[in-house]
Design a protein around this ligand. Structure first.
Ligand code: RP5
Length: 161
């Protein structure tokens, strides 16, 4: 299987959030790799990852980090690939710190910023799928089916538990 998606995160502690993106990619049959790449703790690893991403065949990067979350923005500065940022929820500031760190990019280096936490990570997987589906009709159909199944799972009326 090809590996068009790179999931990167600043720490092992981000994985419980970021594996929501991985789970979506698994459901849709999209290949990915998952790596710990910290902007602050492993800057050389970050630079190498961004420098080689296109040549290695990656098409989209999903980047999650918490707190002073520079990883998605720094990755966007290093590669032309679309970078989807996931603000990881933090204890001190509930992830608002992560959100603002990722969202407020200067003109020229965009990061597509998702919601804070697990929903954002899952949506990052879906956003990556949507980008890849533009050039992959079979994936487009799987994504369409996935969306239809979600819609069909929503009841019309609430029930008493
Ligand atoms: C960030 O600091 C990581 O992305 C993580 O969300 C946060 C805390 O990291 P750990 O102290 O748990 O390694 O770099």
């Amino acid at each position: 299987m090809e590996t068009p998606v790179g999931i990167i995160m600043g720490s092992q502690s981000d994985w419980p959030t970021m594996r929501e993106a991985a789970a979506i990619l698994d459901e849709l049959g999209i290949g990915y790799e998952a790596r710990i790449v910290s902007a602050h703790r492993t800057p050389d690893r970050l630079w190498d990852y961004g420098r080689t991403a296109v040549a290695r065949g990656l098409k989209v990067i999903v980047a999650g980090a918490g707190g002073a979350a520079h990883l998605p923005g720094m990755m966007a500065s290093k590669t032309r690939l679309p970078v989807i940022g996931v603000p990881v929820q933090t204890r001190a500031l509930s992830g608002v710190d992560s959100l603002y760190s990722i969202l407020q990019m200067p003109k020229g280096y965009p990061v597509a910023t998702m919601a804070i936490g697990a929903a954002g990570a899952a949506n990052a997987g879906l956003m990556a799928a949507g980008i890849l589906a533009l050039a992959d009709p079979a994936l487009a159909q799987r994504l369409q089916d996935w969306r239809a199944a979600l819609s069909a799972s929503i009841p019309e009326e609430p029930r008493d538990d």
